[in-house]
Every structure is written in C-alpha cells, then in structure tokens.
Design a protein around this ligand. Structure first.
Ligand code: GLC
Length: 414
C-alpha cells in the first residue's frame, strides 16, 4: 500500500515528464543493452571489446540537462549501473567500473552536478542484477535466473551485501539524490527491505520505485501506459523513443513528436509521469533523431504546460478526437483529430463556465444542451499538428455523466 504523497515528493507530479538515459559500456556495441546476454559474451571479452573501448570522449552532462530543460522535463534518470555490472562511478566494490576501465573517471558526479545546476531533479537508475559478478547466478539466463539458481545461500548473502554497498556509495557520495530507479531486482529474493530502509536513512527525501520491493513510492509501467489501481499512488510510464533503451545503431523506428505528446497526455490524464528514454552513443552524444523529437515536443509543452503538470486522475473515458486532462475545476481537451468547426462532447456532468484555447486565451463559443456540450467555430484545419488544447472552466469538480462500464482498448481510438 502506497502512503499519501509527502510534500517532499510533490515535485514528481509537478514534473510529469522526465528523461531516462541508458548509457554504459554496452553503448559501444550499438546493439542495445542486453546484447551481452543475447550473444552469450564471456566477461573477459565483454570487458576487452566494450568496457575498454567506452571512452565517453564527448560526455557533456550539462548538454543533456539543457536538452531535458528544453524538452520541458523536470528530472533526469541515468543508468549508473545496468545489468552488465559496469559501474559508471569509481566504486570500491570490485574493479569493473569507469574509474578504472574505459573512461577512467567518474561519470556519475558530473551528471549529478549538471542536472542539479540546471534546476532539475536527479534520478539514478541501478540494477542489482549483475552479469559480471561471480555470485550472481549466470549472465545467460533467458531472461532471468530464479531463486533456486543461487550457488548457495552464502553466495546470495554476499551478493546482497555487494549491491547494498554500491547503493550506499551512490546515496552517500553525491549530495542530495531525488529518485532511485531500481531495475533488474531479480530473482525476487535479492529484494530486501533493509536495503531500501538504509538508503532512506541516508536520503530521507528520496523517492524509490517499486522494483526492489517495500518501502517504495513510485509504481512503474514499462513500455505501456497503465495507471495502477491505487488511485493515490505516484506512478510513471517509462517508454523508449525507438525500440531500444541502450543505443542501437540499426533501430531507426523513431517515434515522432506527435506520438510523444500523445503519450504525455495519456499518462497525464491518469495523473502519471512519462519517463522518456534516450540511448546516447558511446561518446556521450544523444542521437540527433531523439534530440529533434524532444525539442519539437518541448515547444508544444511550453504552450500547454498548465494542462500537464500536477494533473489529476481524469474521470472521463475515451473518445475519438483526443485526450482529456483534468486539474481542479479545469478540464483540458487535447484535440488531435479535428473534423470540422463543431465538436460535440457528451460526457460532462458539470455546468461549463467558460471555454478558451490554452495557447492564447482566445474564447471558444460553446453551448450545453442537456447532456451534450457543443464547441463551435473551431478552426479548420486545427493549427497545432501535435494537439490543440482547449480549457473548460466548470462549476465544481469535474465529473463524468456515467463511468466507463465495459472494456475498451487503450489507445485504439485516436
Ligand atoms: C527492462 C530491461 C532493461 C531496461 C529497463 C527499463 O527491465 O531489462 O534493459 O533498462 O527495462 O525499464
């Protein structure tokens, strides 16, 4: 059960949108972040061909932070250590890290500083699962080992002590950290409450996602936008911009700004965040395709920010012209499919007090006839190719005439 939102966690809903960065030794291959597992690459070969050649020569975390700002995001989450086990900071736990191999310097410290300097919240991703560690049950499971695959109970305990010590370093050496993003907490019996509790002692305001078990604060939906049942929970959908998290040189299936804004409205309509991923190249530069899409979507967000940040769970169901977000007594209609000068929306119980465009405040003519709201004089075609946001001020708290009763296919209607 998730506890009510604490004031120190309020930034999360205020942000609504964050940048996920998958970057590490795997970026050298340009085949995603799982290729070591898929290709059954032995540790010495992985270290020699990839970690050694990871140089981070154009690493400029202030450029990452500037991009996140331009995109309209409120936080950035970096993979400090992915399943390959290669730590981006000079950890004292073992020798497989960026201080010793590859870049031969700390990459986490400059990231934290740059993100904080840009006024953004700092998120660190960490995967306990570690394919490089002798006590972790094997790197080549398809996909994950199970609880019975530990070599012995002692191996499991040693491994837990190791990953806990790495996390203690991350939570002790870089000042305030806002968000710990756990992934790869598998097998389940490596999850330990005492680990999360210890980290919260070190960083009392820290948000922790749910993947390492309790105590945690943020529910996660991966490559899907699915709000949790608990309507008070903080939640986040993490999504890729193409089909991969880590840099993949052959994956050109980029989402466009239209799809990004659609995803953002979709998460915001249920009061959740969108954590959108980029996979920088090994030198540290973010692929131009990602940069362009983030900037374009950012321009939309500059015009329509109010409709996204701190949005509440919308009581409204689907329609075939766009998405609806809600905050206080305001309803934001994000119209994507314009079909003419008139739009009829027949889902609202409240009396409408005013209607206007969010971007310039121009009033919109409306008429409420019984259960139907007519909005008139809409421009044809609608000017904004990403989404045209119209604000309704209503009497009282927005309510739907009837709640959704039957199933519906998410995303299938517009
Ligand atoms: C998965 C993958 C991983 C990726 C993560 C992001 O759990 O194992 O590669 O980092 O999802 O959510």
């Amino acid at each position: 059960m998730t506890s009510p939102i604490l004031p120190e966690h309020a930034w999360f809903n205020e942000a609504r949108y964050g940048l996920f960065i998958h970057w590490g030794a795997y970026s050298v291959a340009g085949r995603g972040e799982w290729f070591r597992n898929r290709e059954r690459i032995p540790q010495d070969e992985y270290a020699r061909l990839y970690a050694e050649n990871f140089r981070a020569e154009n690493y400029d975390p202030s450029a990452w932070a500037a991009l996140a700002k331009e995109a309209g995001m409120g936080y950035v989450v970096l993979t400090t250590r992915h399943h390959d086990g290669f730590a981006l900071w000079p950890t004292k736990q073992g020798g497989f890290h960026a201080g010793k191999i590859g870049p031969k310097r700390d990459l986490v410290g400059p990231f934290v500083e740059a993100v904080r300097a840009a006024g953004l919240k700092v998120g660190l991703y960490y995967s306990p699962a570690d394919w490089s560690h002798p006590d972790y049950p094997g790197p080549f499971f398809r996909d994950w080992p199970s609880e019975k695959d530990w070599a012995s109970p002692e191996a499991r305990e040693r491994f837990i002590a190791y990953y806990k010590a790495q996390l203690v370093e991350l939570m002790s050496n870089y000042g305030k950290i806002d968000y710990l993003w756990f992934d790869g907490c598998i097998p389940d019996d490596l999850q330990r409450e005492d680990v999360n509790e210890e980290l919260l002692r070190l960083q009392p305001d820290l948000l922790i996602n749910e993947r390492n078990g309790p105590p945690s604060h943020v529910k996660v939906s991966e490559q899907a936008i699915r709000a949790p049942k608990d309507k008070t929970a903080l939640w986040e959908a993490c999504m890729t911009l193409n089909g991969n998290w880590g840099w993949h040189a052959g994956d050109h299936q980029w989402k466009n700004a239209h799809e990004v804004i659609k995803m953002l409205c979709e998460t915001a309509k249920d009061g959740g965040n969108l954590l959108l991923n980029v996979g920088p190249k090994p030198d540290g530069t973010i692929p131009a395709e990602s940069v362009n899409v983030l900037r374009e979507a950012g321009e939309w967000l500059r015009r329509n920010r109010e409709a996204i940040v701190n949005s509440e769970r919308s009581p409204f169901s689907w329609n075939n012209w766009g998405r609806i977000t809600v905050k206080g007594s305001r309803i934001y209609l994000h119209i994507r499919n314009g079909t003419g000068p008139e739009l009829c929306w027949a889902e609202l119980k409240n009396r409408v007090l005013s209607a206007r465009w969010l971007c310039d405040g121009a009033p919109v003519v409306f008429e409420q006839k019984g259960e139907r709201l007519f909005l008139r004089g809409l421009p044809v075609p609608l000017p904004d190719p990403l989404a045209n946001t119209l604000v309704l001020e209503v009497e009282g708290k927005p309510e739907a005439l009837t709640t959704q009763t039957s199933f519906w296919i998410p995303g299938g209607h517009d």
